[in-house]
Design a protein around this ligand. Structure first.
Ligand code: FMN
Length: 398
């Protein structure tokens, strides 16, 4: 039986990923900041919301299609930008992109995915690129490349002025830079040997991740899978020796978002907003949308669960911004709850990363298929004809 067929829900994919990946790589995906309270709350908060079904209605086949910033999507579940996807499976960002396209949705390429953005230039359909709050020179250069490669939307992540305290990574000795250079390979040797399937896959893919000598010059940001999502522990220049995009040495402000707006003609989304006040500032800086996100609980421990702040952000956004959400979405029912609360779409991070690690592109496709069928079933059982009919009257909120 193909591995993807053994995935029936996110928890299955997580189990398979845990078995497949060296511990340090699995923990990098699975972990959050400090006591992982915010990470856990993201999921728990969805469970506190119940549905308010209507019965004896014929809804036919529920409709999942909608638009996000004018782009039609068949499934309002996007793949969140994630760093180092190449480390989970050699099919990496390209596999995720292709699986997303087949499901009729969008995959957002992280600036630190480990794949040069030009790799996706020939892929059909809408393409979104995520940028960390980088120094202006770096941002300008990346925006130029993204526009040149046909990316339509830019997602600027603003919740990482410094790296969250991810203690699993600290314990595994990979905090701030999970890199597979010669030294790490020796240090992580026992874990790598204990996962021959993963090692073989990496070997067959040319083991590009292992070969770059530290400090060797790299001209294309995003090619070196040598940094985690977020800034290194100390601010460095525009690109690190690994070629990864790193962060601002000086504080990043709403003026920088306005500056990005003045130079980016496509859609602009601000990711990491957790209050109505910041949604207003994002609109004033010229953003088209915000992503309500706490980075999957990997940054500020104690940040609220995203679904809990969604109503405040939706109210502040009004008609000026579209609002997306990520964090803790694990079931199609969670997607329905977020859409009913006013999100235009959701993004998922770990669910697709687990599936990618377990079964590559086919795993991601399977995961999106599961979200789709869970959403359809939930809508049928709710008595709701489609996602565009959802509002808070379908929910019983705590
Ligand atoms: C392994 C991993 C890497 C990530 N890398 C990035 C990144 O490069 N850029 C970014 O904006 N967010 C990054 N994120 C955060 C995701 O985009 C998203 O906000 C988060 O995963 C959503 O929560 P979920 O994992 O519960 O779905 C990363 C998350 C994970 C789990």
């Amino acid at each position: 039986m193909p591995i993807a067929a053994r995935i029936h829900n996110v928890a299955d994919a997580r189990c398979l990923a845990r078995r497949t990946l060296p511990r340090a790589v699995f923990d990098y995906i699975d972990g959050g900041a400090e006591d992982e309270v915010t990470m856990g709350e993201n999921e728990r908060a969805f469970r506190e919301i119940a549905f308010r079904p209507r019965v004896a209605v014929n809804v036919g086949r529920p409709r999942l299609d909608t638009t996000v910033l004018g782009t039609p999507v068949a499934l309002p579940v996007l793949l969140a930008p994630c760093g180092l996807v190449q480390l989970m499976h050699p099919e990496g960002a390209l596999g995720a992109e292709r699986a997303a396209k087949r499901a009729g949705t969008v995959s957002v390429l992280s600036a630190v995915a480990g794949t040069p953005l030009e790799t996706l230039a020939d892929e059909p359909g809408p393409r979104w690129f995520q940028l960390y709050a980088a120094e202006r020179d770096t941002a300008e250069q990346l925006m130029g490349r993204a526009a040149g490669a046909g990316f339509e939307s830019l997602v600027v992540t603003v919740d990482t002025p410094t790296l969250g305290n991810r203690e699993r990574d600290v314990r595994n000795g990979v905090a701030g830079s999970l890199r597979l250079d010669a030294r790490s390979v020796i240090r992580l040797g026992p874990q790598i040997l204990a996962h021959p399937g993963w090692s073989l896959r990496m070997f067959r893919s040319g083991m590009r991740l292992f070969t770059r000598a530290p400090g060797s010059p790299v001209t294309t940001p995003g090619t070196g899978a040598q940094t985690t999502d977020g800034p290194g522990e100390r601010p460095v220049g525009a690109t690190s020796s690994a070629g990864a995009v790193v962060m601002l040495a000086s504080p990043f402000t709403w003026d920088d978002i306005a500056w990005i707006r003045s130079r980016w003609s496509g859609h602009l989304l601000v990711k990491g907003v957790l209050s109505g006040d910041d949604a207003v500032l994002a609109a004033e800086a010229g953003a088209d949308a915000v992503v309500v996100s706490n980075h999957g609980g990997r940054q500020l421990e104690g940040a609220p669960a995203t679904i809990r702040v969604l109503p405040e952000v939706v109210a502040a956004a009004g008609d000026r911004l579209e609002v997306l959400l990520d964090g803790g979405v694990r079931r199609g029912g969670d997607v329905i709850k977020a859409l009913a609360t006013g999100a235009r779409a959701v993004l998922v991070g770990r669910p697709y990363l687990y599936a990618l690690a377990a079964a590559g592109e086919a795993g991601v496709e399977r995961m999106l298929d599961i979200f789709s069928s869970e959403m359809s079933r939930t809508l049928s059982l709710l008595g709701c004809p489609g996602v565009s009919d959802l509002d808070r009257s379908w929910l019983q909120e705590p």
